[in-house]
Design a protein around this ligand. Structure first.
Ligand SMILES: [Zn+2]
Length: 194
């Protein structure tokens, strides 16, 4: 009797041992693999979210509450920042070149917009980030790398606003292309892209 009990017990534990590693081995690759795969993009997304929140909190930055030709709320500039600050992607407008797309916001662009306020102390209004319709399907707006600005320190661009000082600040903050009054299609807004 005792010998039989021992034999059964050892058979059971042998089966448990055999099943054990097999049962736990499967989740392991996923468990260890997942963070490694997602680590880099998550970090970038976290940085974008953090910067988007800082831009939203920056005193002196305001946002257009309508597009030039439409009122689509989901693609307004403030909503772009709210979406990204909440870990989501920013939405383009239904009538632009990238209809209804969801795109990330570039950290260099966000940092530039932030510093225009915190470092250069401009009060300005952003009219578009990824929303609206821009020059072509290759516009950097559609990849979250450009902002349009219509008001600078209480004056509308094209109506005695200091667009030149603002444009210079964009360049100093690393913007690679900057357009404003005097450039085709930019009579009444400044475009800074990173
Ligand atoms: Zn633009």
């Amino acid at each position: 009797m005792n010998r039989l009990a021992v034999a059964v017990a050892s058979t059971v534990s042998a089966a448990a041992l055999a099943a054990g590693p097999t049962a736990t081995a499967e989740p392991s690759p996923g468990k260890h693999g997942a963070p490694a795969r997602h680590h880099a993009p998550a970090k970038v997304a976290n940085e974008s979210a953090r910067l988007a929140r800082s831009v939203l909190n920056a005193k002196g930055i305001t946002y257009a509450t309508a597009h030039q030709d439409d009122t689509d709320k989901a693609s307004l500039p403030k909503q772009n920042l709210i979406d990204v600050s909440n870990g989501r992607l920013a939405r383009t407008s239904p009538w632009g070149h990238k209809k209804g797309a969801r795109v990330a916001l570039d950290t260099k662009m966000l940092n530039g917009a932030l510093k225009l306020s915190t470092q250069y102390h401009y009060k300005f209004q952003i009219s578009e980030i990824v929303g609206g319709k821009h020059g072509s399907h290759t516009s950097k707006h559609y990849t979250g790398r450009a902002i349009d600005v219509t008001w600078i320190n209480g004056r509308h661009v094209g109506e005695k606003a200091d667009h030149q000082g603002f444009m210079k600040a964009c360049r100093k903050l690393g913007a690679s292309k900057v357009f404003g009054p005097g450039d085709k299609g930019h009579k009444r807004h400044v475009h800074c892209q990173w």
